[in-house]
Design a protein around this ligand. Structure first.
Ligand SMILES: Cc1cc2nc3c(=O)[nH]c(=O)nc-3n(C[C@H](O)[C@H](O)[C@H](O)COP(=O)(O)OP(=O)(O)OC[C@H]3O[C@@H](n4cnc5c(N)ncnc54)[C@H](O)[C@@H]3O)c2cc1C
Length: 398
């Protein structure tokens, strides 16, 4: 497809130049716009031109040759570890229930496990209506080929409207391959989802252009609509009570699943604290002034059983490695307590931590934006406040 300006129809109003999100429209000597190679074919200019002077040529995107009305239900992949549901399963259930409020479609979990009935019950207790369950010995162990095969066949058989997975190592591995097999689109790493009240399409929301814009992506032409969601970006579904639900049990043998990988043995690797799992995080920013001052942050974190986070400024200064970065281009976290030390609270940092349950900020500038999201703000010098805190905690421990 190509986008062209019909110069005869064009009045030179330049609205297209202003609306183009990637600056791909320039103006020639006659005051008429032309499209440059920066164009990403988003067609916003085609939509906004009041004269209809911007036209598309060549092949248009085509709707897949399938009956969309057959596709019903909001599915989420309920990830588990060693036979126990992971928190991301509850997060996906939470956002699915929210989508169902507008879409009015059934919310269904998909569980692959050696023994999944208890997991299904846990999902029912939080509002899930149906669970598609495939059971087999060792199915708790993630295998790319097997999971892709099972999910693909289930989608083909039951035709869900929406399929969600978490953007974990597992979700990021097998969901794109599944989407490719089904020949549908996939938006990876969403931070939120919504349903367009008019079109009922899934709006897949995620940062783009290096985090400077939030994009709303839709899948107009194919089904199901598929997305992965960043862990901790959405709220977990809460326990409602002991509820009944429907288990649709699928016979593993019927899938004819084969795997190119054999599990020979398992070896435990040294576990570093996972920021996204931590219940307490103590983060340091540029206010620390030097990498060695992170020792103070580590000490405080260890005294209260927390993990160490950082702002991008601290990471970019080389004071702490990137895996500790919290924010739009770092990790999204949602601990019970987040302590921001010498962090100003730039929008990109807030994007990764503002949904924490309780935020404590220590900053010497009373106007620092971090105080707008803090539940407890301490206006003071971190080099005075933190050592006092450490001293107090140490004396309490003794
Ligand atoms: C596309 C993009 C993506 C980004 N992604 C991220 C991201 O993922 N995460 C992220 O954090 N940032 C990100 N940023 C950068 C972000 O805009 C900020 O520059 C960064 O968060 C600032 O870090 P900071 O708060 O540590 O530093 P500063 O903004 O410099 O703030 C330092 C703070 O420390 C306080 N302070 C100084 N000395 C003391 C003291 N002795 N005691 C108490 N307080 C003190 C100051 O008052 C100040 O408020 C991104 C930026 C862009 C453009």
């Amino acid at each position: 497809m190509e986008i062209k300006v019909n110069k005869e129809k064009c009045t030179g109003c330049k609205i297209c130049v202003d609306v183009c999100p990637v600056g791909a429209i320039e103006v020639d000597n006659d005051g008429k716009p032309f499209i440059t190679e920066k164009c990403n074919l988003c067609r916003l200019c085609v939509k906004e031109c009041p004269e209809g002077a911007i036209e598309t040529t060549g092949e248009e995107k085509k709707k897949a040759d399938i009956d969309f009305s057959q596709y019903k239900g909001i599915w989420f992949f309920a990830e588990q570890k060693n036979g126990k549901l992971s928190h991301v399963a509850y997060e996906l259930l939470g956002i699915s229930l929210k989508l169902a409020e507008t879409l009015k479609e059934e919310v269904c979990g998909v569980v692959f496990a050696s023994n999944g009935k208890e997991m299904a019950q846990e999902l029912f207790n939080r509002g899930c209506e149906k669970v598609y369950l495939v059971e087999k010995e060792n199915l708790d162990e993630f295998r790319q080929d097997i999971y892709v095969c099972l999910m693909t066949e289930l989608i083909k058989k039951y035709k869900p409207n929406i399929v969600l997975a978490s953007a974990t190592m597992i979700g990021r591995s097998f969901i794109p391959q599944t989407a490719a097999r089904i020949k549908t689109g996939l938006t990876a790493d969403c931070t939120d989802l919504a349903i367009d009240p008019e079109t009922k399409l899934l709006q897949q929301i995620r940062p783009t252009y290096g985090g400077n814009l939030m994009a709303k992506i839709i899948c107009e032409y194919h089904r199901p609509q598929m997305a992965t969601i960043r862990p901790k970006a959405v709220e977990e579904a809460k326990i409602i009570g002991n509820r009944a639900g429907v288990i649709v049990k699928e016979d593993y043998v019927s899938f004819n699943a084969t795997c190119r990988v054999d599990l020979v043995s398992k070896e435990a690797v040294e576990q570093t604290i996972d920021l996204q799992e931590a219940e307490i995080i103590v983060s340091g920013g540029r206010g620390l002034g030097d990498g060695k001052n992170f020792d103070m942050i580590r000490k405080l974190a260890s005294l209260i059983g927390g993990a160490v986070g950082a702002s991008r400024a601290a990471v970019d200064s080389g004071w702490i490695p990137y895996p500790h970065q919290v924010g739009q281009t770092g990790k999204t976290v949602k601990p019970k307590i987040y302590i921001a030390c010498g962090i100003s609270g730039a929008i990109q940092h807030l994007a990764g931590m503002s949904t924490s349950d309780y935020i404590i900020a220590i900053n010497k500038d009373p106007d620092a934006p971090i105080f707008k999201v803090a539940n407890l703000g301490i206006v003071g010098d971190i080099f005075e406040v933190i050592p006092k805190l450490i001293q107090k905690l140490e004396s309490q421990k003794q």
